[in-house]
Design a protein around this ligand. Sequence first.
Ligand code: CA
Length: 339
Amino acid sequence: MKTIAFLLAVLATSATAQSAQPHPLVIAHRGASGYLPEHTLEAKAMAHALGADFIEQDLVLTKDDVPVVLHDIYIDTVTDVAKIFPGRKRADGRFYALDLTLAELKQLRVLERFNAKTGAAVYPKRFASRETPSSFQVSTLEEELQLLQGLNRSTGRAAGIYPEIKKPKWHREQGHDISRIVVPILTRYGYATKADACFLQCFELEEVRRLRGELGWHGRLIMLIEAKATGEDGTDYNRLCTAAGIKEIAPLVDGIGPPFGRIATWSTAGEPKVSELVKFAHAEKLVVHPYTVRIDELPRNCPSADALHQMLFNTAGIDGVFTDFTDVTAAWLVRAKKR
Ligand code: CA
């Protein structure tokens, strides 16, 4: 009897946790990346303080197989690697996280994203750290999980995590199985089931199948979709955006992460034309978390950040959005009485 009472109590707790999840979700894209260099622990702490429901971690491996939080397999657009380890570039002229050990990566400074050829800032109005000495560092997945779980405890406000396996096929071709390394770490930190505050995401359909199959991931899983027709790994994104494509992946995943262009486009008069993708996904009980709100880079012909939020949440009816500006998106949801 005691055991049954305990099980019921556990079920009640997890049901409460589930229903307590806000809807729609504010997902901090690479942290508060509108304000601080992307994927730094500082940017993650700020996103937490600004009220993000989920905070994103893009993941690549180091030479010694440690998952670190970086958007690209390249490190020459967000660090000073070219200055610190000039001899480490490959024949293609690029510097790769996978060619440096964690100890070496820790010697680099993380900078606001710039164009590696011209040196120009990608978002000129954002934090200008290129010429300024800074202490921003590359962080590991575990360092970030420890930071966020500490903030969840100290603030009493639980933010979830939203890790992405970056270029798994490329990693495997280089002899490194990134998903096989990441999944046990997530599990160890308490992210293992669909009741846990975690969405794992990936752009590669074959890897999504592996995660659900041989790698035994039982948490929530998001199929990312690109604007282009086909991924480097062969994933057919145009097909995934049809009713038949959505039906096919529905048993595997909990939702999709498309770019805004797959949800709507704007006429030159500033009127949005919304696609059927959200309808297709909701018919299969999949959530839709598109990317990315950037108030300094709105979609073509979209007249304002308000118009963008209006289209996403009111017209298309999405379930959450990736945003570089957690506070702007959260404030819009409050004004729209969705919070
Ligand atoms: Ca990402």
